[in-house]
Write a new protein. Structure first.
Length: 318
């Protein structure tokens, strides 16, 4: 049995990993996959990859791309979630701020330096034509820390995945004033190079197992109820989220990587671009799994589900 450590945020995107672990799918392949929840998010997981306290991270695309360009000894081996992450922009419920324009020059709560919440504050500033040099930050570590910071006024706004923060909006703790979707696939699988070099066949097997699970995830019986119980969210919110979310079984393309790096460079988040080979590791023979694993009936059902729901939920989400 080979032990591999993996880290990810405690969010609904990662339920396929938990179900696969609970069902013994990895142990059937002689892999002891040990999951660690990281509520602090991408900045913390970048640190864990650097210091060797995790072997794999399910991590925000922009965060790991930025960190690899400045020396993180890891590689992206595939896209995990193909669709954008919808970042909600939140203020305290009693805040004086009523619209996005009023937040220019105010302080953003972020989980840590280099986190997705910080990087997306720069992306949002770019979208709004704000001066990125005027951004200031309050480090809050977790969502609970953000609640405290916004409530006590040590920060003015907080960006986080809009469906995970929906319960705080429903309870009247946060008020969401805008959304900011990422202009790229939101989550990728990153692996330390040492592990890739030592156990390439193990990494391939892990990806094959999770890809089989994500292909069928939307078709699982009572999946909405399972999500609602685990993540304490309303079923109607989860139906919207599921319709907007597509998992991937494919490698990060060179075009997408160029788009990510170009925008990070334009925003001053990175000083230079890295090559595709410096950031991405191609695993031979892995990415034909969709054709091998998903029969035509299941593919039709997924397409039917998406076509019937995505437009409706996009309109409601924005």
């Amino acid at each position: 049995m080979t032990t591999i450590r993996i880290a990810g945020v405690p969010e609904h995107f990662n339920l396929p990993w938990h179900l696969a672990i609970e069902n013994g799918d990895f142990k059937k392949e002689a892999i002891d996959l040990q999951w660690t929840d990281v509520p602090e998010g991408t900045g913390k997981m970048c640190q864990m990859l650097r210091d060797g306290s995790t072997d794999i991270a399910i991590i925000l695309t922009e965060g790991i791309v930025k960190d690899i360009t400045v020396g993180n000894p890891s590689k992206i081996v595939q896209v995990y979630v193909e669709t954008p992450l919808i970042w909600g922009i939140h203020v305290a419920a009693q805040s004086k701020y009523e619209n996005l324009a009023q937040l220019e020059g105010t302080k953003a709560a972020i989980s840590r330096i280099g986190s997705g919440s910080q990087l997306m504050a720069y992306v949002n500033a770019g979208n709004q034509k704000w001066d990125a040099n005027s951004l200031s930050f309050e480090i809050v570590n977790t969502i609970d820390g953000a609640v405290t910071a916004l409530t006590e006024g040590t920060a003015d706004y907080f960006m986080w995945e809009r469906f995970m923060t929906q319960p705080l909006v429903d309870k009247g703790i946060f008020r969401r004033i805008a959304d900011c979707p990422t202009p790229w696939p939101c989550f990728v699988v990153a692996v330390r190079e040492e592990i890739l070099n030592q156990n390439p066949e193990i990494i391939t097997k892990i990806l094959e197992v999770i890809n089989s699970n994500t292909l069928n995830f939307k078709l699982l019986p009572n999946i909405i109820k399972k999500l609602a119980v685990r993540f304490h969210q309303k079923e109607e919110d989860l139906e919207k989220w599921l319709a907007l979310t597509e998992w991937s079984q494919n490698q990060l393309s060179e075009n997408v990587l160029n788009n990510v790096q170009n925008q990070l460079l334009e925003l001053g988040i990175i000083d230079k671009k890295s090559t595709f080979a410096e950031i991405v590791k191609y695993i031979e023979g892995l990415f034909d799994i969709a054709d091998k694993e998903l029969d035509s009936d299941k593919r039709y059902l997924i397409q039917f589900f998406n076509k019937g729901k995505v437009k409706e939920n996009l309109e409601e989400a924005y």
